[in-house]
Design a protein around this ligand. Sequence first.
Ligand SMILES: [Zn+2]
Length: 732
Amino acid sequence: MKHRRLGQSRRELELSSLERITQTPLSDMSARLTLTRALTTARTFTRTTASSKPTVQRTPLVARVALRSTTTSVTSSSSTRKMSTAATADATVAATEPRWDLEKHFGFASTNDGKIDEAMKDVEKACEAFKSAYEGKLSSELLSAIESYEAIEQTLTTVLSYMSLSADTRLMDDAMQQRKAALMQQYGQASGNYLTWFGLELADLSDADLDAQYAKDEKLRTYKPYIDEVRRSAPYNLSKEVERALTVRSSFAGKGKVVEFYGNELSRLQFDLDGKKVNLEVLLAKMTSSKDTMVRRQCMKTLNNGLKEFERVCALSLNMVAGSWHIENKERGFKNLRSSRNLSNNLPDEVVDSLLSAVATTGVDYCKKYYTLKKQILKSTQGLETFTWADRNASIDIGSADDNYTWEQAVDLVHKGYNKFSPTMANMFLEFVEQKRIDVPAQDGKRGGAYCSSAYGSGPFQLLNFTHSARDVATLAHESGHAVHFVLSYPQGILQFHPPLTLAETASIFGEMIVFRDLLEKTPSDEDRLAMIMSKVDDIINSVVRQCSFDKYEEKFHTMRAKGTVTPEEMSKAWRESMEEYYGAEGEVFDSYEDTSALSLYVSHFHNVPFVSIVSRCVDASFARLFCCFASASPTSTDSRVVFASQYVYAYAFGDLLVGSLYGAYMKQPEGFEEKLLDLLRAGGTKDFVEAVEPFGLDAASPTFWSDALHAHLGGLMAEAEELSKKLGYSS
Ligand SMILES: [Zn+2]
């Protein structure tokens, strides 16, 4: 269970560099909103990204599984050893595990079903009719326009979710990929030509016109959260003509192409490891899994040297990205560097500032305390003399628990963990299993990682790559939390069921937490418990503190860029400063920061989605991929993925810390908690973050909200870890 996040966060936070995430034209705020709506219907959530990127898809399954296992130690050293065997073995048994039954749930015979083409033709006509019926008439016919729009979205969701999910288990099937791409392109054209105007016009509608319609028809009020969301972009929208021009240009020129170039170059990088050429992912996996600090340091040196050869290219591309971000924000009138991102997330700048400041103080204290403890444990268990940056993600190698779960055992563990907290959630979980809504095995030709697709009207569906590790059990608990959330919120309708991004990870992370806690309670060995907790904290620190250090670096880079071109030397300097601000000066906790000067170059968020990294524990690759296809009028390839996750990633810091707070509230007052949490989930997208947490006695506007959350989330786990470590004689 525990190490899932360790491996995962490493992949997510750092390997995301390899993802070819291209950004949605930031430009088009209104189009974005329209498309976002379209997308909520097919949004998916990914827990891991490394294996969902193209390079990994080409890796043979056994290698892929072995790689996963190296980053996934579970309850012990021996478990790590066992894992490779188990993981390799499951490549052969994988096919016997349950697959999802998309045909049954979507009602298509196959992806070549003629019904799909008919539906797309009809929807194209509907889009055209929608434009001609309602453009310029929203001031009097808003309700009927929204209802038509909903119907269009429902059809698109059914067809495109089905195609996309099907294609994710058949990545090597060129005909299938081609068909999916063609349908996505068809959607892109229709949307660009006939739907984009809608968001812009709705945003521009006068309050008086809107109020008059609310007064006239009570039903329109049920769409208020959706209407409000679209209208928030109004002050920053440019004229229809300019927005259209920006959108049309974006797939041919500008930043997107530069980001794509950077991503391609990065994924082509090869490093010399033990005389063999390996890619970034293999190198990083080796660094995490190795129990020998000298090997880890050698990997770090290899990594840094390899990246240095890439620094001129990267400096050029990042200068371009930051320059364009800067100028566009100015044109649109955003107050500061992060404002456009915060607007997308419906968060006041102050809330984000207060999150950043709590992490920079309280979070950093925990971070230093944690790595000091980790250093002591590694010194005791691996004979380390100095603790370097290369040791940061090293697995704690103690305990004796096995790490080999059958699918049935995994289902049982998640069911029991859920059931202890909420029989409602536990029953829903069993239904997902019984109704064949989960695609379980890890197989060649299947998208890596894991996600849960909402697929409104037919969903939810979970894609897993189950390799029998404890980490996979945690992933099942996580994705099933998303599925529960979707099902509970579906009654809010296709435009409003999706939770705001700040709440989107609540059920998933909570689901993981209850299963983690249940397992922890059942684990008798102190060594195993310590290893589990260390892994959990490792992951929380990586997702919260490390991401904020990324944000700091970004702020430095963008500030410099506003004044002129930034050189590679200046980049290295800013990177080092950000590290020191969050992890302490060299010698304080880490004895050495050797070979880290070029590490910023593989953090692809800086290119892909400026100012999102503070929360990006798991960039939502599948969602992003879908979005790309949805958003781009001419997707260049099926694996290019646009991250609208720019909008998404906040969800993880918020999710992590919020769940910490919620769990704290649950511990204090278990009575009535379950029902309150289910109500929060049922609200879907109709409540914002602040409203949603009120019933739990949490005040998101309080200046101590985030530091309290950090104490609740990290404080308890750290205290347990320190106590166990002392008891076992690793620290004093
Ligand atoms: Zn998630």
